[in-house]
Design a protein around this ligand. Structure first.
Ligand code: ATP
Ligand code: MG
Ligand code: MG
Length: 406
């Protein structure tokens, strides 16, 4: 795995170039949220046409997509209709109708990454079983079906214990912590009960949470981005620091685990591998997202090839780009909804106003129609000559703000 610094020799000669755009393949994206929006932004630089499928008429990607089909990515007939119009089908969210993708693949539709990958990822328990079969280090885990099995897990793993919903989880909605046996029932109820499909994970006593974006081309070439640190607040990604300040050995181990995890999955695209660096020096895998990810947003400003451009290059079959950093340091700060409605917009706009005056800062606003508490509304990336300087710039941006920089 080439982590950084090396650039692929392009094999594309002038005569091979398509009539318009860097690739004539029309990329169909299931989902039109902020990730879809940033894919469209990257596509416009390369004149690649992106179509999106999303039920929301004014979803973040809608205004920037070549074509927006309004409909559900979880509805079989709609996904089939959409697929007919695209050269390659990809995702910006894994909670799609994977059964239909499998059927479409049998009919010759090109899905990248492969439906098999999406099936593994969209059920977190199944994902854990898959990675454990491939000898990827993970926190211990166990399915729970009733209070008795939950108690058994507590006895086995100790407390606190992390209870997780197997499916449809994001931004920590689907996680509940039980600090003792007495809290098991309330934590399970908060997740909607055992019928929702739950499992538990042993608590990972992490020093830092790390993440690695891994890109795989259609020719199976794999490139890894530099390891970053992710800082979560109430289970939601809040800050990303690139590169992370960890010993060389840990960086290497994190990259190796990420490489191995992605190698066990099928298809082209970028994959985000979330990891725990534990107190006893282990790297444990938390989860994988088979698509661009929040931990890679800073690559837009800080790397030679952003994760979004890389995903497009990968799925259409262009050579992968250089993932290494072109700035010494970068921090990504998520703009999470502070309040509902107008007051939330006011607070976000105050912060954006300050960010616009910070050297090296770039504001991304997703244009979501509704402001909600803890919702990802945008992000700000700050780059600079050292992590110390970037941290100081972030602190000055957050001055007089209730939001804290950890
Ligand atoms: P995402 O938005 O990344 O998809 P998610 O809803 O899938 O989030 P997870 O990634 O499973 O949720 O967990 C969210 C956060 O909760 C993690 O980043 C970590 O901070 C914490 N967490 C998850 N599992 C554990 C664990 N076993 N031990 C300790 N902390 C954990
Ligand atoms: Mg997740
Ligand atoms: Mg996660």
């Amino acid at each position: 795995c080439r982590a950084s610094g090396e650039v692929h020799e392009t094999s594309l000669r002038k005569d091979d170039l398509p009539v318009h755009g860097l690739s004539e393949t029309i990329v169909g994206v299931l989902g039109g949220g902020q990730l879809g929006r940033m894919l469209c932004q990257a596509a416009s630089k390369m004149a690649i046409k992106v179509m999106i499928l999303d039920p929301l008429e004014n979803c973040p990607a809608s205004a920037l997509a070549h074509y927006h089909m309004v409909g559900s990515f979880d509805d079989s007939a709609t996904v089939q209709e959409f697929a007919k119009r695209c050269g390659v089908l990809t995702i910006e969210i894994e909670h799609v109708d994977v059964g239909t993708l499998e059927k479409l693949e049998q009919q010759g539709i090109d899905c990248q990454p492969k439906a098999s990958t999406i099936r593994i990822i969209q059920d977190k328990y199944f994902q854990k079983v898959h990675f454990s079969k491939h000898s990827i280090p993970l926190p211990e885990f166990m399915q729970i079906d009733d209070l008795e099995s939950a108690k058994r897990a507590g006895d086995l793993f100790g407390y606190p214990i992390m209870i997780k919903s197997k499916r449809l989880a994001y931004d920590g909605r689907g996680n509940a912590v039980a600090k003792s046996e007495e809290e098991l029932s309330s934590a399970v109820n908060a997740l909607g009960g055992y019928d929702r499909g739950l499992y538990v994970e042993k608590w990972a006593p992490f020093v830092k949470e790390l993440a690695v974006i891994v890109a795989r081309g259609r020719d199976n070439s794999i490139l890894c981005y530099p390891v970053v640190e992710t800082i979560h607040k109430e289970n939601i990604c809040h800050i990303v620091k690139a590169p992370t300040d960890v010993p060389w050995k840990i960086r290497k181990l994190a990259t190796d685990v990420a490489y191995k995890a992605v190698s066990s999955l099928e298809g082209a695209g970028v994959f985000a591998v979330e990891l725990f660096w534990t107190r006893d020096g282990q790297i444990l895998l938390n989860e994988v997202a088979p698509r661009p990810h929040n931990s890679g947003h800073q690559t837009i400003e800080s790397c030679f090839t952003s994760q979004f451009e890389q995903h497009l290059r990968a799925v259409v079959g262009l050579p992968l780009g250089d993932p290494s950093m072109k700035t010494p340091a970068a921090i990504m700060y998520n703009l999470l909804g502070e309040d509902e409605g107008e007051r939330g917009f006011d607070l976000a706009h105050q912060l954006i106003g300050r960010a616009l005056g910070i050297p090296g800062a770039t504001v991304h606003w997703y244009d979501k129609p509704e402001m909600r508490k803890q919702r990802k509304m945008g992000h700000i990336t700050i780059v600079g000559p050292s992590m110390g300087i970037v941290e100081a710039r972030l602190a000055s941006m957050l001055k007089e703000q209730s939001l804290d920089c950890q």
